[in-house]
Write a new protein. Sequence first.
Length: 120
Amino acid sequence: MRTLCASTLLGEFFVIGFAGLVAMKLDDASMAAVWTVCGAGMLLSLLLCGMITRPGGIQLGWTFQVALVLSGFVVPMMFILGLIFGGLWWASVHYGRKIDEAKARWADQQARQETGGAAA
């Protein structure tokens, strides 16, 4: 699960950076404000890559996805991109867990074969 979720967050890192470039063209926000918010979002996406397997990491990821969608109030295209990445986040968590379960079953089978088929 970690690899899939980290890949999604890494993609968001770049999307946030590009959204910052778009937001710079807005008359309502100063360049310092845009890059403070975007820089914090980019940093948070990288930090979340390392927190995925820790308690609460997935929930923080969901919070981050909601914040990404809400950023659409500043850059409207982020509504669409936020929803796309929210779907990718769901898929990463859902299928990542299934992959982790399959790996655990396979490792258990391998361990049983090495011990001569004895039940654990």
